[in-house]
Design a protein around this ligand. Sequence first.
Ligand code: URA
Length: 436
Amino acid sequence: MIDPRETIRTKRDGGRCDPAHLEAFVAGVADGSVPDIQAVALLMAIFQHGLDGEELFAWTRAMLDSGGKLDRGTGPVRLDKHSTGGVGDKVSLVLAPALAACGVRVPMISGRGLGHTGGTLDKMEAIAGLRTVLDEASIDRAIDRAGWVIAAQTATLVPADRKLYALRDGTSTVESIPLIASSILSKKLAEGLDGFVLDIKVGSGGFLKDVEMGRELGRTILGLCSRFELRASAQLTAMDRPIGVAIGNANEVAESIETLRGEGPEDLWELTRELGADLLVQGGVAPNPLTARARLDAVRADGSAFEAFVKGVVAQGGDAKVIEDPSLLPSAPDVDEFQAPGTGVLTVVDCRRIGLAAMALGAGRRLPGDDVDMGVGLEWLADPGAEVKAGETLVKLHHRAGHGLEEAREQLLASITLDGDGKHLPALIERLSDAE
Ligand code: URA
């Protein structure tokens, strides 16, 4: 192997690395022959100078090849979505079973919450008995039984990402478009997909604050997908306010169940349907977005999406009774209200703080490894852009004996203004497709 210092030097000086050298470097990180100190140096050089299309392809391929892959088999098409994360984002819990009810397979490898964003795995684990830490054989079995699974990254899927991500986290090199793109896509490629949609959350509650950065991530990932011959699209969607009403864990599961049963907040279903429609068209299940949306509405209306949810929960060891009767989900004993501090038009100025309010109550982690309280959280009743009157209830806080209540109130107060213009992003800001 070429001396890793050569690869670091080339990138440090803004040059283009030989793709084969990058592949060897990543393989060396994964097998331990490249020490952390060199890995960190190259990560920082990439953070500063980026990777071109071919470099990124080689880097991502090496990450993918660092471990095993899920068994693609010969069954129905396999489709998946990834969201860059936000506040109240429970779309995966609704989308995966809805797609399964349309006859496709959804092998969703997902993550945990940190800071202001919730994690899909934490939410799923609010269901009694349900396990998300599964080995590859169990993941394949759950998919065979229910058509979908939401599971944690296994020890053998993309081990290079686990290592690189930890190094990035410790060295402030997470926010790099090529490093994010390779990290997300290597895990998705390991799922053996036929189609992929990326939900890029834009706004103060996401980690991409502006549309231009969102577009750049979208174009980078779509460019990479086309090199891997994976059909894909991306949607830039609003994260300048929470999705739906529930923000937490068990309450987000309850809201997902309501939505699968034909109720629940409209914005949640519309977003789910829009992302799902892209996937059904990519997978050849529907000829166009109109038919795809109708198909998703139909599986929601006839109860088959809900049935698929129950099947998937059982396949992961969860208690079906909890799904039939969501009042059995964990819940916090105490409820307080956050009221409008005056009269005016409600503008969310910092959605991240709404997520931090839920975290303060115990619904999220300040640090990896912190415990999560499944029962606490927020009910976001506010209507961004609407006129509100002083004293009107905007948020209900479900807490445990006042734990974190003061901090949550402060965060909520700082998250809104009544003197703003009431303008927020459109729910669907922009669509990008691999044809562009
Ligand atoms: N999500 C990932 O999986 N990886 C990143 O680098 C960022 C977000």
